[in-house]
Design a protein. Structure first.
Length: 519
């Protein structure tokens, strides 16, 4: 039997964060223990005895930016499918179910090929042949629906979630971003073994059951959040205008790609990206590192490492002038202004964290005080980064100001008022008091998040995944502490320029009946 040291390199690190609040220093310690299996899996553990619960946060290094034309939407779709269970969870008869899934896929391939041929059969000009072809496609689609209905006889719906729920789980969820996909759950401390068994099974033996119905579910999410929402349509056009080359340019998957993804392609996507060497786990709570170590060796060490996929070489070219886009939609007016900025490790990223607090952190922030309370131009105003990971994004991203003009207020007036506030940051250093207030709020949020099991597990996993070292959270806090008013002014002047900005405006459609009623 191989010794455990053959599988695991162990690091025990004590992280001390100095937090300065109202001038006095306090220490907050994170006694994180780290292990790494030979297959590349990293697990970071913080023991908190006596709490009775633990939180898990799995980060897999795959997201929308890793997709290719023809499979746009694969990362999000796969996240949905990994809640469907495994060969032993979610099925009454896996063998029979697999036979049906194979028949479904074979039939879909025939349907897909026939759809591709339709344009050429129509082009030939034989209307009778064309109609016969369409009728055949309809018959095959009806047969596919029948096979989908047959599969339902073998599926145990939501069994994966119910197994967790019966064991006291809360917060069982997942999210897909542009660089990472996250899976989270909190459980009673005595369910650590169960968690290792179920999550290892999900990585080793996922079954992409209910594939075609779930594909429609994902498409419906787009219809609800983008196609039927004015602000969603505006944001999609805005992001597509700001990015012209990098994969961040897609705000949501296209219906044409998502609606045609094949199960085999999604399996290959899972095999390529859901590998232990692309996975980081944060575990925080009433657990013992020795138990984590033993369970990780037993249930995860036999999952093979996979070759690293091709990196994303595409670099978004420097913007050489202002870009603008208008979206006409039956909705209230809205305005987005975006400025390109760096990735998480850019030297200016810490300054953006502080500038964001000064501009838009609550009712006392500069933008809110000026445009909402003072000038009363907006009903609300806020900021965000896109894609927007807390630790910063893996590639150069976008800093966004979103504003919602009050009734009767022209968006151009709001836009001018925003530029005036940005110009103040570029020309006049912020006061020492304003800078310290922003620092204190950032540090306080850090502490509160770290006290929460789920919040700390998230930070540990995400920083490790992004920076390859979870200790980068300390580096970021140190960077923020060293910032000066002159540094903030310099960064604001560098980025908040006309040449670097993209502007999107939602223009409400004026209905003919509304116009007639006003005459």
């Amino acid at each position: 039997m191989k010794s455990i040291s053959k599988f695991i390199a162990l690091f025990v690190v004590l992280l001390t964060v100095s937090v300065f609040e109202t001038g006095s220093a306090m220490e907050f310690q994170i006694p994180a223990q780290e292990l790494k299996l030979d297959n590349g899996l990293v697990v970071i553990v913080v023991e908190r005895p006596g709490t009775g619960v633990f939180s898990s946060y799995i980060v897999t290094a795959v997201g929308s930016a890793n997709e290719k034309p023809g499979s746009i939407g694969a990362a999000h779709f796969l996240e949905h499918m990994l809640f469907k269970g495994t060969k032993s969870i979610g099925t009454k008869d896996y063998v029979a179910e697999q036979e049906l899934m194979d028949k479904q896929d074979s039939l879909w391939n025939r349907i897909d090929q026939a759809r591709q041929q339709s344009r050429y059969i129509k082009l030939a000009g034989d209307e009778g042949a064309y109609q016969k072809h369409l009728n055949w496609v309809s018959q095959m689609e009806a047969l596919l629906d029948s096979l989908i209905a047959d599969e339902a006889l073998y599926v145990v719906k939501n069994e994966y979630e119910e197994l967790y729920t019966r064991r006291g789980a809360v917060g069982f969820n997942a999210s897909t971003g542009y660089d990472f996909t996250d899976y989270i759950v909190s459980l009673p401390a005595n369910q650590l073994h169960t968690w290792f068994v179920m999550e290892a099974d999900r990585m080793k033996n996922p079954v992409l059951r209910e594939f075609y119905p779930e594909r429609e579910v994902v498409l419906e999410e787009r219809r609800l959040r983008i196609d039927n929402e004015g602000e969603g349509k505006l944001f999609e056009q805005f992001i597509g205008t700001a990015f012209i080359a990098h994969p961040y340019q897609l705000m949501w998957e296209w219906k044409s790609d998502q609606g045609n993804i094949k199960r085999e392609a999604l399996k290959k996507f899972h095999h390529q990206f859901y590998a232990p060497n692309r996975t980081v786990i944060g575990l925080v709570g009433d657990i013992k590192f020795s138990d984590v170590e033993a369970f990780a060796k037993k249930y995860w060490s036999d999952i093979p490492r996979q070759p690293e996929p091709d990196p994303i070489y595409t670099v978004e070219p420097k913007q050489l002038g202002e870009r603008r886009v208008d979206v006409n939609f039956d909705a209230s007016p809205a305005l987005y202004i975006g400025f390109h900025k760096g990735a998480f490790d850019d030297p200016d990223e810490a300054a953006f964290v502080v500038l964001d607090r000064i501009l838009a952190d609550g009712r006392s922030s500069r933008l809110y005080k000026s445009l909402v309370i003072g000038q009363q131009l907006c009903s609300n105003i806020g900021t965000e980064a896109f894609p927007g990971a807390e630790q910063g994004d893996l590639y150069p991203s976008l800093y966004i100001i979103s504003a919602y003009p009050k009734d009767g207020v022209d968006s151009r007036i709001v836009e001018t008022a925003i530029y005036e506030e940005l110009a103040k940051l570029s020309t006049v250093p912020v006061s020492a008091r304003e800078l310290q207030k922003a620092r204190n709020n950032i540090q306080a949020d850090f502490i509160w998040d770290a006290y929460d099991n789920d919040g700390l597990a998230q930070k540990l996993a995400q920083y490790q995944s992004t920076a390859r070292d979870w200790r980068y959270m300390l580096t970021r806090m140190e960077q923020i502490e060293k910032l000066t008013p002159d540094a903030l002014q310099s960064v604001a002047a560098k980025y908040f320029t006309k040449e670097n900005r993209t502007v999107a405006t939602l223009v409400p459609i004026v209905r003919a009946d509304a116009t007639e009623g006003g005459e």
